[in-house]
Design a protein around this ligand. Structure first.
Ligand code: SAH
Length: 404
């Protein structure tokens, strides 16, 4: 299949000065920056993007009902074709191959495509030991599925067993049409396992959150493991127990995993069994995190992990998100014992490093605790940040030592 567009393609012309960020290769065209549209593009069509005076800036996928009206795929004169897709996917796979993230028995799960970070806005592809789970966020990306499938098969070869399309929710959220989640190519058994730094996990892409697992915390989980021997650990917002399994394997005395989703905790317990840990070393707590933190039960733990879902999904929600982060961290800092460690995270794109650190400082002042920053944490290299799209740097974390 060749995706070369017909010459009748639509042209999006930008208002004066609105070409500046695109010339700096920032990939988003906001609907407010558009002067006029020539032609009648539909959701998912390729459009040519031009500056006010007509210079071609590049090509992108059109999404009429979204505030980001065009996501730029290329900054060239010619529209991306089949060779372009093959090259993009091969390059994304090569980055992970060079990082040794998916080829060994001990390490076979990673993010294979990280949207803007890999020059493919709208596409998330997570690889779990032979199964690639795709989430398309735009109709244009979803329409590219056949060519993506071909490109992944070529780039991964026999390492690829199946491609599962899990785009229903992400597409509808962005104005696309619902399709059924399901296999786009090949298949794999239900009850599928992947290994991360030697830790085994059951991956439930069908019913689990996002693509089934949170690959972005891999290196931060390893750091937690390195500090957990002989410790009592509380993992709040645990999902299926990523941090918990690392702590247990490293010899933690006891680990408690807390989440509001019973389903996530059921998988967490399967993961405990899968790694052959004695069940008495682990306890699942199905509860609301804030209620639990309020109840003053933290003084028993040496390490507390707080990894909440994104509180701010967009910039307009930033203020409320900061209040949310302050509230949970204040509770944690009020209750933790002297000498304990807090691993605290934000995955909100709209809350940057400085704002997150300031929020923790405010919480420490209010809690009246002396706190030192031991580590500043980020997303791992399979979630790369496009330097022209700093918003892609979404995960931030701090390891704090809580003194008196
Ligand atoms: N740390 C996890 C990922 C956390 S994702 C890992 O490494 O895999 C965020 C989790 O927070 C989800 O599992 C979600 O079910 C849970 N959650 C959301 N709101 C919650 C609340 N109010 N109380 C407890 N858990 C909550």
């Amino acid at each position: 299949m060749d995706s070369t567009p017909p010459p009748s393609l639509a042209t999006v012309t930008l208002k004066p000065k609105r070409d500046e960020s695109i010339r700096r290769k920032h990939p988003w065209v906001f609907s407010g920056g558009i002067k006029h549209i020539q032609g009648n593009p539909q959701a998912g069509d390729w459009v040519r993007v031009c500056a006010n005076k007509g210079a071609i800036l590049g090509w992108g996928h059109y999404a009429p009902s979204a505030s980001i009206a065009v996501r730029m795929m290329s900054f060239d004169e010619s529209c991306p074709n089949k060779e372009w897709w093959m090259r993009q996917i091969a390059s994304a796979v090569q980055v992970r191959r060079d990082l040794n993230l998916f080829q060994s028995e001990d390490q076979n799960a990673c993010r294979m495509v990280h949207a803007e970070g890999d020059g493919m806005p709208g596409l998330i592809a997570d690889f779990y030991n032979g199964v690639l789970v795709l989430q398309c966020h735009t109709p244009g990306m979803h329409r590219a599925l056949p060519i993506l499938s071909e490109a992944f098969q070529a780039a991964l070869g026999p390492a690829l067993k199946g491609i599962y399309d899990k785009s229903t929710k992400t597409l509808v959220k962005n104005g696309g049409e619902a399709s059924e989640d399901g296999w786009a190519w090949g298949h794999a058994p239900e009850g599928h396992f992947a290994t991360e730094h030697g830790h085994r996990f059951l991956i439930d892409w069908e019913k689990g959150q996002k693509t089934g697992f949170f690959l972005d915390q891999r290196e931060n989980r390893a750091l937690l493991g390195s500090l957990s021997q002989g410790k009592k650990v509380l993992n709040v917002f645990s999902y299926t127990g990523g941090f918990s399994i690392y702590a247990m394997k490293a010899g933690a005395l006891e680990v408690h995993s807390l989440d509001s989703s019973q389903r996530a905790l059921d998988v967490c317990e399967e993961n405990v069994a899968l790694n052959a840990f004695p069940p008495e070393q682990h306890k699942s707590i199905a509860a609301d995190a804030l209620e639990f933190l309020k109840a003053d039960q933290l003084s028993d733990y040496d390490i507390v992990v707080l990894d909440p879902p994104a509180f701010a999904k967009r910039a307009s929600a930033r203020h409320a998100a900061v209040q949310g982060y302050k509230r949970i961290n204040l509770r944690a800092l009020q209750g933790m014992k002297p000498g304990s460690l807090l691993f605290t995270f934000s995955c909100s794109q709209a809350v940057d490093d400085a704002l997150f650190t300031n929020t923790l400082v405010a919480a420490a002042i209010q809690a009246g605790r002396t706190v030192r920053i031991l580590h500043r944490l980020h997303q791992p290299p399979d979630h790369p940040v496009n330097v022209f799209h700093p918003e892609g740097s979404y995960l931030k974390g701090l390891v704090l030592r809580v003194d008196d």
